[in-house]
Design a protein around this ligand. Structure first.
Ligand code: AHM
Ligand code: MG
Length: 332
C-alpha cells in the first residue's frame, strides 16, 4: 500500500509543513474523521429510525432516539472534548461556543455544521458535515474571539459527504485532497489527490430558482444570462450545500445563494459564514476557484457573530467572476 494512501499517513506528512504542529494536528484530523465514520454509519441507518423508534421517543432498547443532526453534533462535541489540543468548538446546533477549559495546552478550535442539508435525511439524498479549524490566539486560552476570525485565518477546512460512498475532502492550506471511506477496512483512503476545478469547467449552475422573485435585478439578469446565452448552463440543484458544492468541484460549476428580499427591510443571505461559507471558500480557493458574497472575497469578511448569514457565490473562478460582473454592473 502506498505510504500516503491512508489518511493518517497523508496528514502526518502534511503536518511537517507547519512549524507549530507536533502530531496533535494529525490527531485532530483523525478525530474529525472518526466522528465522520460514526455519523456515516448512523446516516446509513436513517431509514430504519421509523421501525426502531421515532426520534425524541424511546426506541425498543429503551434509549432516547436522537435526531440525526443532534446525534452528529453530540458525536463531534464528545470526540473533540477528549482531544487536549482542542480548546473549544462551536456549531450550527449550539447557540454559543463550548470552551474546554481544562485543555490548558490547547492549540486549536473547531467550528462545524454537524449535518448540513438535514431536510434531505428522510429522502435518502446526500448530506454532509462541514468543518473549519483555527489556531488559538493564545495557546491554552480559548475564548469567544477565537471563533470570530476571518476565513483566511483557517489552518484547515473540509467536509465529509455521506453519499453513494462516504468521502472526506480536506485542505490543510495547500491543495485539496479527497479520501473515500473503505467500509470494509473502516479507513479513509486517498482517492482524489490534488483536486482542482476542471478546466474548462462543466457549465452547471446551482441555485434555488424558486426564490427568483425575491432577488434583485442584477441577480435576475445574471440567471437569465446563464439560461439564454449561446451555450446555456445546465441547472443542478440538490438542496444540500455539501453535495451541490462537491459536484461542482469535481465537474465544474457555480453554486449561489443570493441575498433575498423576502423582507425588503432586511434582505439576507441564508448560508452561515463561519461553518458553511468559510470552510468551503478555503477549499474552493485551494482548488483554483473563488467564493464571494457578491462584493468581497468570503475569506476576507470580518465576522460579527458566530451564526452570521451571508450571500454566497462559489465555484469555478471564471464563473464566479462572471457572476460578480453582473452583480456589480451599474444598471440596477
Ligand atoms: P441547513 O443547515 O438547515 O441544512 O440549511 C442549509 C441548506 C444547505 O445545505 C442548502 O444549500 C440550502 O440550505 C438549501 O436551501 P433552500 O432549501 O432554501 O434551497
Ligand atoms: Mg447547514
Amino acid at each position: 500500500m502506498n505510504g500516503n494512501l491512508q489518511l493518517q499517513h497523508f496528514i502526518l506528512n502534511e503536518q511537517k509543513k507547519f512549524p507549530y504542529a507536533k502530531g496533535d494536528f494529525t490527531l485532530l484530523i483523525l478525530d474529525i474523521a472518526l466522528a465522520g465514520k460514526i455519523i456515516s454509519s448512523e446516516v446509513n441507518k436513517a431509514g430504519l429510525i421509523e421501525i426502531l423508534g421515532l426520534t425524541g421517543k424511546e426506541n425498543i432498547q429503551g434509549e432516547q432516539v436522537q435526531k440525526l443532526d443532534e446525534f452528529s453534533n453530540s458525536t463531534l462535541v464528545n470526540i473533540l472534548s477528549r482531544n487536549e489540543t482542542v480548546g473549544g468548538c462551536a456549531s450550527e446546533e449550539m447557540a454559543d461556543a463550548v470552551l474546554f477549559e481544562k485543555h490548558t495546552k490547547a492549540k486549536y478550535c473547531v467550528i462545524f455544521d454537524p449535518l448540513d442539508g438535514s431536510s434531505n435525511i428522510d429522502v435518502n439524498v446526500s448530506i454532509g458535515t462541514i468543518f473549519s479549524i483555527y489556531k488559538l490566539s493564545n495557546e491554552g486560552e480559548c475564548s469567544e474571539k477565537d471563533f470570530l476570525k476571518k476565513g483566511e485565518e483557517q489552518v484547515a477546512a473540509g467536509y465529509i459527504i455521506y453519499g453513494s460512498s462516504t468521502m472526506l475532502v480536506l485542505t490543510t492550506g495547500e491543495g485539496v485532497h479527497g479520501f473515500t471511506l473503505d467500509p470494509s477496512l473502516g479507513e479513509f483512503l486517498l482517492s482524489h489527490p490534488d483536486i482542482k476545478y476542471p478546466e474548462p469547467p462543466k457549465r452547471y449552475y446551482s441555485v434555488n430558482e424558486g426564490n427568483f422573485k425575491y432577488w434583485d435585478k442584477n441577480v435576475k439578469k445574471y440567471v437569465d444570462h446563464l439560461k439564454n446565452n449561446e451555450k446555456p448552463f445546465s441547472l443542478r440543484y440538490i438542496g444540500s450545500l455539501v453535495s451541490d458544492f462537491h459536484r461542482n468541484l469535481i465537474y465544474g460549476g457555480i453554486f449561489f445563494y443570493p441575498l433575498d428580499y423576502k423582507n425588503p427591510e432586511k434582505p439576507k443571505g441564508k448560508l452561515r459564514l463561519m461553518y458553511e461559507a468559510n470552510p468551503l471558500a478555503l477549499i474552493s480557493k485551494n482548488a483554483g476557484g473563488l467564493a464571494s458574497d457578491g462584493k468581497n472575497d468570503i475569506l476576507s469578511l470580518k465576522p460579527e457573530e458566530l451564526h452570521q448569514r451571508v450571500p454566497l457565490y462559489i465555484g469555478a473562478k471564471s464563473f464566479v467572476e462572471e457572476a460578480l460582473a453582473f452583480l456589480n454592473s451599474e444598471e440596477k
